[in-house]
Design a protein around this ligand. Structure first.
Ligand code: ADP
Ligand code: ASP
Ligand code: MG
Length: 245
């Protein structure tokens, strides 16, 4: 049987912050589906949703139970997957949204910063074969107690890279609200320059010294499994920063 190696695309919270941005993301996905045929999409919670949920929990208790906190935080990504799937169907393509557990993402028991142990891609592949765009909630998995766990802040990057590794995606596209990785935060320093290519080591160093454009732990996974990355904007459609080797 023909091997399925889908393109894995990840859209951060800034890219799905409102309805117009969700529609914009749907059109980018369909453009890429025309090129790659099979597409798996990972999305984050819209805008500041995760911060707002943490704030709400803190208004109830300064020490929220971590299992309950994970239950709460996982709802953010669930909003994004459902709305994005509706937007894709609305422009005439088939799609399906899956939570982390439904997508077969198995994680360890450490609530709020779990590690991915394994991914069972059976269900994802089944839907790809049915010509559906598969939309997976980032930042979450299921632990051995069958409870939902989250993967740490910025964890959607980890979901995307782990899926790209497992599904042998030719490249993992990370869409955000800036044109790529810059010499320093372009929102703080307007003269910052976009970098065209980075090695995993260079990217790790930048993530480790505060460039929150990507979760540091996800870069380690990319390096381990040799997943090529492109960090780019969902708003300008320019070519981004390639991270490889
Ligand atoms: P997303 O919602 O797509 O996950 P994040 O807010 O996590 O986006 O990361 C993107 C932000 O990272 C940018 O808006 C930018 O302000 C910030 N940032 C910090 N340092 C850098 C850097 N060196 N290069 C690019 N962006 C950076
Ligand atoms: N929504 C989660 C966070 O804000 C995960 C992510 O955006 O990658 O940390
Ligand atoms: Mg992020």
């Amino acid at each position: 049987m023909k091997k399925i190696s889908p393109l894995v695309m990840k859209f951060g919270g800034s890219s799905v912050a409102n309805v117009d941005r969700i529609k914009n993301v749907a059109s980018i996905i369909i453009e890429q589906k025309r090129v790659f045929k099979y597409v798996v999409v990972v999305v984050s919670a819209p805008g500041d949703t995760t911060d707002d949920l943490i704030e709400k929990a803190n208004q109830i208790t300064q020490n929220p139970d971590k299992r309950e906190l994970d239950m709460l935080l996982a709802t953010g990504e669930q909003m994004s997957i459902a709305l994005l799937s509706m937007a894709i169907k609305e422009i005439g393509h088939d799609s399906i949204s899956l939570t982390g557990p439904q997508a077969g993402i198995y994680a360890d028991e450490i609530h709020t910063k779990a590690k991915i142990i394994d991914i069972d891609t059976k269900r994802i592949k089944k839907y790809l074969k049915q010509d559906k765009v598969v939309i997976v909630a980032g930042f979450q998995g299921i632990n051995p107690n069958e409870d939902i766990t989250t993967l740490g802040r910025g964890g959607s990057d980890l979901t995307a890279i782990a899926l790209a590794a497992k599904l042998k995606s030719p490249i993992c596209e990370i869409y955000t609200d800036v044109d790529g990785v810059f010499t320093t935060d372009p929102r703080v320093v307007p003269e910052a320059k976009k970098i065209d290519y980075l090695t995993y080591e260079e990217m790790l160093e930048m993530a480790g010294t505060g460039a929150q454009v990507m979760m540091a732990r996800s870069i380690e996974v990319a390096k381990k499994y040799n997943v090529k990355l492109e960090i780019k904007s969902s708003l300008t459609r320019k070519s981004g920063t390639i991270v490889y080797k």
